[in-house]
Design a protein around this ligand. Sequence first.
Ligand code: AMP
Length: 190
Amino acid sequence: MKNIIIFGAPGSGKGTYSDEIVNRYGMGHISTGDVLRGEIKNGTELGKIAQGYIDNGQLIPDELMINILAKTYDELPAGKGVIFDGFPRTIAQAEALKVMLAERGHDMGIMVELVVDEETLMARLLNRAIEQGRADDNEETIKKRFAVYHSQTAPLSEWFEKEGMRNVFTWKGDKDLMLSEIFALLDTLK
Ligand code: AMP
């Protein structure tokens, strides 16, 4: 399978659809949010640095994030394709990912953008707060994460468009429908 970048606002379903894609195509999965939460749980130096940013709804600085991503990528078995979930979140990260993959003779593959209205996003994140207890899923931090998404991450859509990689899927209120539309595209890439 080709590499896939799954892209969208907080609560758009990146993690959920990544799991479905991994189940169907058997590829690797890197969730940078999960990597960071793992570091925090293990009390590492990196975790201590990351916690302040995450609790505040801010992004971890690009240089640090790019190093984490490269290290995580190199630990996965080569050749099966990887789904990047939560990375890149800035144009600098996207440029760095392109270079990092090119250095290894790999390419970025395709980008899957999940477009969901903000009311649904907020409802999902508040619900996740109850179900999973994520510290950054409270209304105040969610609003900051949306603001960061709009200012720093959303402009990347245009970047992917220029790379000819962008594929947009819009939420119409039905997960199975969304999934079948995504699979219809990915099936053509196998
Ligand atoms: P997520 O689980 O993808 O929603 O990520 C949770 C938090 O981890 C984000 O709000 C950021 O603080 C941090 N984070 C995850 N991925 C990145 C990234 N690619 N760049 C910077 N910060 C990130």
